[in-house]
Design a protein around this ligand. Structure first.
Ligand code: NOJ
Length: 765
């Protein structure tokens, strides 16, 4: 630390910076004053930049994977010895997948004490839905529509990860997606740009807090810029070809929201977009992100995505790829090894302007200063704090709270739920019911296997009933390790008979079925959206002996549930809910928490409908209620509509909407009010949703667009008037030149409990 401090003193003094005044002459340590203003940081950044050689500046742009975990294919060109050598030379600006104070300190020490300038590393990690204590997967959290809870969840994740030496998370993923085949829908906020933007904003605020230099906060990263959620046919990493209107109105808004929230980094994407890989896309990274949106943080490439521009067929070779990426505004190279190997030569050959290198290095240094790493490079490395903070009870409480709020009740016939607490014989069936790993979901590198509360454990806490468990069948065989391909059980039905026997004598059967944790996530695309393996057979076999089934789903994406909706009395969408999963599910099943979640993605009736989403365009030949000819936009075999629409979710109570009024109060301002009444027997929470339809516009508008929502808690019989104000922001849209415009015309305003609501009012602007 002392050595580092002296070095910084020298750097600043030698070059006559105002920063000399920060030297505390009475001690050998430098008392770097806390960062108080933007100018202060800018002065420090510029001063430091002046001391740096071209290679050192490029070094800041180089990010290596750590030495333990791997979240992508290992590059052919890299080895550990080279990484250490580069670290010592100051040719590394960041490392990812380093975790644990001891490991981080060890590597940070090299950067700080062994390099010429002692510039600290920024340590990145995929803190996606928690670090060791896991919250629900992001798609599940989004089903809560509860922005405070989502923000809190990110705050907890940040505090826990920061205690393990990390200071930068590669989250939130704000990619809108309409395609349940794509495994990474689990990591986003679903299909809607309005909800997605609100959640993106909340997550950035949660991770970064109000003061980035605190040891409890992380720099956030908006990813993957852009349109990564639109891979053709839902196949991971596939080509993306989306039009301008979709890009401006659907893909970009959540990214813009992260900028409004002050996000400090962006990650570009593996995909090409209209023929140009996002990593080499000047329009995306320079013109839109940095110039138009005035983003002054830095852009990191995705894992090896610079090198992959060669495979894409966009760059001739690695050197050419580095040239394209640097010129296009990719500031940091994650694991391609190309910036560190090629950029200096490219600058000398005049193929990359040194000004671009300076700009990239500046951006990276700026964030390091803001994180307080120059004040104390070991501020995230406190062994005592690591011990005390990780896994603390308050984090588990927050995870439980978030998990309860994420559950969506899809069906509840004859009020089968909540379960009676006494005198019942309950059969609990399904391998996932006792699984303590799958509920952790995908992206859980730092969490230990077998640490989630299973549904079995959660239900065992309720002792008034007789509970009998039978597995029925495995979902997957063997390990569910992060990197391995999963092996799903498609043949072994040997334990069916035992489960059938248990179900036969039960009053109620609770079946926990769905996907194992790693069946969704990166590189986990599926073409079949049914229950994997032999689970559907198991379900139907049980149904033959006992129809009183509560289906609890564990999954990372929308599934096709027609049979289930038709035959089963109760269906609970419980996603992958993290560490506290089983407790949350049991509380909902027993009515100690009244479910309030609403779907953030449409659930299709058939895979053939995908991509399916509520905010589609009308076409010239839209759905006709009673078609007289065949010439309209439809399928011959399945309805156009989804099985469960966006925004859908039930409660143990019921709600009634009435007295919708919409009034134009000035040019582009509309006041909307509606009365909500709890007409059932339980206290409950409803997500009141407001949609608009702009009937005609210079660029066609979707049939419905979410433009407001509010969570409202009401006791039985209680009513409340809910009010919304729509302004230009909600009534306008982006034209194909990327300008935000509002056009006069006719609008319908819909308010209700899901995107199918029929309660509407009309206005003219
Ligand atoms: C690749 C993923 O696409 C990205 O989201 C992640 O942050 C990096 N790997 C690092 O693990």
């Amino acid at each position: 630390m002392i050595k580092y401090s002296l070095k910084i003193v020298l750097i600043f003094c030698l070059f006559g910076m105002h920063s000399c005044e920060i030297i505390d002459s009475t001690t050998t340590n430098v008392n770097l004053s806390p960062i108080t203003s933007v100018e202060h940081v800018e002065q420090k950044v510029s001063a430091l930049l002046k001391q740096m050689t071209l290679e050192e500046k490029i070094g800041q742009m180089n990010q290596y994977n750590g030495f333990w975990d791997l979240t992508g294919p290992a590059p052919s060109s890299g080895n550990a010895a080279k990484k250490y050598d580069h670290l010592r030379k100051g040719y590394v600006g960041s490392m990812l997948n380093l975790r644990g104070v001891e490991n981080v300190r060890k590597i940070q020490k090299i950067a700080v004490e062994e390099t010429r300038l002692g510039i600290p590393l920024i340590i990145g990690f995929d803190v996606i839905h928690g670090y060791e204590t896991l919250s629900p997967i992001p798609l599940a959290e989004s089903a809560s529509w509860d922005l405070e809870a989502i923000k809190k969840s990110a705050e907890v994740a940040a505090e826990e990860a920061a205690a393990a030496g990390i200071n930068w998370t590669f989250a939130p993923m704000v990619d809108i997606s309409r395609d349940a085949r794509w495994g990474r829908v689990m990591e986003g906020a679903g299909e809607d740009p309005y909800l997605g933007s609100k959640i993106a904003f909340a997550r950035v605020q949660g991770f970064q807090g109000s003061d980035l230099s605190k040891h409890t906060t992380l720099a956030a990263c908006a990813k993957h810029f852009a349109a990564y959620g639109f891979p053709e046919s839902g196949r991971e990493y596939n080509t993306v070809d989306v039009g301008t209107s979709t890009l401006n109105n659907i893909v970009f808004p959540p990214f813009q929201a992260t900028i409004d929230a002050g996000v400090r980094t962006f990650m570009n994407a593996f995909n090409e977009l209209n023929g140009i890989p996002a990593t080499g896309n000047t329009n995306l990274q320079r013109t839109i992100l940095k110039d138009k949106w005035k983003f002054d943080g830095f852009v990191v490439s995705d894992w090896g995505s610079i090198e992959e521009m060669v495979t894409h067929g966009h760059a001739k070779d690695g050197k050419h790829a580095a040239q394209i990426a640097a010129n296009a505004g990719s500031d940091m190279d994650m694991e391609s090894y190309l910036y560190v190997n090629e950029l200096a030569a490219l600058v000398r050959e005049g193929k990359v302007k040194e000004a671009y290198i300076d700009d990239a290095a500046k951006r990276i240094l700026r964030v390091k200063f803001e994180l307080g790493l120059f004040d104390d490079p070991y501020k995230y490395c406190d062994e005592q704090r690591e011990k005390e903070v990780i896994g603390q009870p308050a984090f588990h409480e927050a995870a439980l709270d978030m998990a309860k709020k994420s559950i969506v009740l899809l069906k509840n016939e004859n009020q089968l739920l909540p379960l009676k607490k006494q005198g019942q014989k309950i059969a609990l069936i399904g391998a996932l019911a006792s699984d303590k790993t799958s509920p952790l979901g995908s992206w859980r590198i730092a969490a230990k296997d077998n640490t989630a509360v299973s549904v079995l454990e959660g239900m065992q806490a309720y002792t008034g009933n007789q509970l009998t468990y039978a597995k029925g069948a495995d979902v997957s065989l063997g390990q569910t390790k992060f990197i391995d391909e999963l092996k799903i059980n498609t043949t072994d039905r040997s334990e069916f008979p035992q489960a059938i026997a248990v179900a036969k004598t039960a009053d109620v059967v609770v079946m926990v079925l769905g996907e194992v944790g790693y069946q969704s996530g990166e590189a986990r695309s599926r073409t079949d959206l049914g229950l994997p393996g032999v689970q559907q057979d198991l379900l139907e076999a049980i149904y033959k002996v006992n129809k009183n089934i509560v289906l609890v789903l564990n999954n990372g994406r929308p599934l096709v549930l027609n049979w289930h909706q038709e035959h089963l009395p109760a269906i609970v969408e419980a996603w992958q809910l993290g560490t506290q999963s089983g407790n949350a599910i049991a509380k909902v099943l027993y009515g100690d928490y009244n479910p309030s979640g609403k779907l953030p993605m449409s659930f299709p009736r058939a895979v053939g409908q995908v991509p399916i989403y509520y905010n589609y365009k009308n076409t010239g030949r839209p759905l006709m209620p009673t078609p007289s000819t065949v010439f309209w936009s439809h399928y011959q075999d399945v309805e156009n509509t989804p099985l469960y629409p966006f925004g859908y979710g039930l409660s143990y109570t019921t709600f009634e909407y009435s007295a919708l009024q919409a009034k134009v109060v000035s040019d582009y301002e509309v006041n909307v009010s509606v009365t909500l009444k709890n007409t059932g027997k339980f206290t409950g929470k409803e997500v009141v949703q407001l949609y608009i339809k702009d009937h005609y516009a210079s660029v066609t508008r979707p049939v419905r667009e979410l433009k407001g929502f509010e969570l409202v808690s009401l006791e039985a019989n209680e009513s409340k008037k809910i009010e919304f104000t729509l302004s230009e922001k909600e009534l306008g849209f982006y034209d194909n030149e990327g300008n935000f415009i509002v056009e006069p015309g006719d609008f319908s305003i819909f308010v209700g409990g899901d995107s199918n609501t029929t309660l509407q009012s009309k206005i003219t602007l």
